[in-house]
Design a protein around this ligand. Structure first.
Ligand code: ADP
Ligand code: ASP
Ligand code: MG
Length: 290
C-alpha cells in the first residue's frame, strides 16, 4: 500500500489532473494506492471568505457561482464518460453549500463554538468537491475522511483515528482509493466538522500512511522536491536528493511550506519513508526523506 497526497495546484487545473491520473496509474500497477486530495488551489481561501461574508451580511452568490463554474470547467476538460452526472453532483453540493451559508448569514449571533463548526462545514466543501472529481477521474473508491480522521481538543485523537483508519483501509485492500485531506470530525461526535489546520492535507496523508503501515508516503506538489530554501523565492535554492527526518523537520519548523510541520512525526515513528514529488514534472526524481 502507498499513500499519495496531491495538493491544491495538483488538483487545480485540467493539465495537473491529467498528470495526477498518470502518476496514480503508474503507482497502482505495483501497489494498492490511497489518494489523499486537497481542495483546488484557492478554493479553501474562497470558502473562508465566503463564511465571513455571510456573517458580515455581504453578498455570497457570486463566490458560490465562481466555485461551481471552476469545478464544472475542470470536469468538462478531464472527465470523458458522463461529465453531466459529475457536474450535477457538484451543482447539488454547491446548492447545499449555499443553504448552509444562508443559515450562517441568518444566525450571526450564535455561540462561538456553533459558528466555528458551521465555518468548518463550509470550508470542508473544498475537499469534498475535489475528491469527487478525483475519484471519478481515477475510477477509485471514495472514502469520507470525516468517518476516520478524528480530532479532540484541537489535536488529532490518534488512538481513535488509528483504529478507524485501520478498519476503513484493511490490509486486503486493492486498487485505487480516494479520500479528502484536511477535513476531520470530532472524536466524540462525527457530525461536528473539524479540520487539521491550513495545509493539513499533508498531515491527513501521513496519519493514513502510519495507521495502515504503508510502504511509503508521497507528497505530490508543484516543485521538484524539498530544497534548502523556497525555490520560488530563491533562484539558487538547492534541491535535496535525500534528507533525514531531522533535516526535513527543521526546515518545516522554520517555515518551509512544502510540508505541513506536524506531518513528519507519525510517519517517522512508523518508519515510513516520504517522497516529495512534482505533479508538473513526472520524470523528476523528487526528494526522499528517511
Ligand atoms: P501544495 O498545495 O501542493 O500542498 P504548498 O503550496 O503547500 O503546495 O507547498 C509547495 C510550495 O512550498 C512550493 O510551491 C514552494 O514555493 C514552497 N516552499 C517553501 N519552502 C520550500 C522548500 N524548502 N522546498 C520546496 N518548496 C518550498
Ligand atoms: N485545502 C486546505 C488548505 O488550503 C488544506 C491543504 O491544502 O492542505 O489549507
Ligand atoms: Mg501544502
Amino acid at each position: 500500500m502507498i499513500v499519495m497526497k496531491f495538493g491544491g495546484t495538483s488538483m487545480g487545473s485540467a493539465e495537473a489532473l491529467l498528470n495526477v491520473k498518470r502518476a496514480v496509474t503508474d503507482a497502482v500497477a505495483h501497489d494498492p494506492v490511497i489518494v489523499v486530495v486537497s481542495a483546488m488551489s484557492g478554493v479553501t481561501n474562497q470558502l473562508i471568505d465566503l463564511a465571513q461574508a455571510a456573517l458580515n451580511g455581504d453578498e455570497i452568490a457570486p463566490t458560490i457561482e465562481q466555485i461551481k463554474s471552476r469545478h464544472h470547467q475542470v470536469i468538462d476538460q478531464v472527465i470523458d464518460k458522463n461529465p453531466e452526472e459529475v457536474r450535477n453532483y457538484i451543482t447539488a453540493m454547491t446548492d447545499a453549500l449555499k443553504d448552509l451559508v444562508m443559515i450562517l448569514a441568518a444566525n450571526p449571533t450564535l455561540p462561538d463554538n456553533e459558528i466555528q463548526t458551521m465555518k468548518n462545514a463550509v470550508v470542508s466543501y473544498g475537499e469534498a468537491m475535489s475528491s469527487i472529481i478525483a475519484s471519478v477521474l481515477l475510477r477509485g473508491t471514495l472514502h469520507n475522511a470525516m468517518k476516520f480522521i478524528r480530532t479532540h481538543a484541537g489535536g488529532v485523537d490518534w488512538i481513535t483515528t488509528k483504529k478507524l483508519v485501520g478498519e476503513e483501509f484493511p490490509e486486503t485492500l486493492s486498487g485505487i482509493h480516494v479520500t479528502q485531506g484536511f477535513i476531520a470530525s470530532d472524536a466524540a461526535d462525527s457530525a461536528i466538522v473539524t479540520n487539521l489546520g491550513r495545509g493539513g492535507s499533508d498531515f491527513t496523508a501521513a496519519l493514513i500512511a502510519a495507521a495502515t503501515g504503508a510502504g511509503r508516503l508521497e507528497i505530490w506538489t508543484d516543485v521538484d522536491g524539498f530544497y534548502d530554501s523556497d525555490p520560488r523565492k530563491n533562484p539558487d535554492a538547492r534541491l535535496f536528493d535525500q534528507m533525514t527526518f531531522d533535516q526535513a523537520q527543521a526546515l518545516c519548523d522554520a517555515g518551509a511550506k512544502v510540508i505541513y510541520p506536524p506531518t513528519l512525526m507519525p510517519v517517522r515513528e512508523a518508519g515510513i519513508p516520504v517522497w516529495v514529488k512534482n505533479t508538473f514534472n513526472l520524470s523528476a526524481r523528487g526528494t526522499l526523506i528517511q
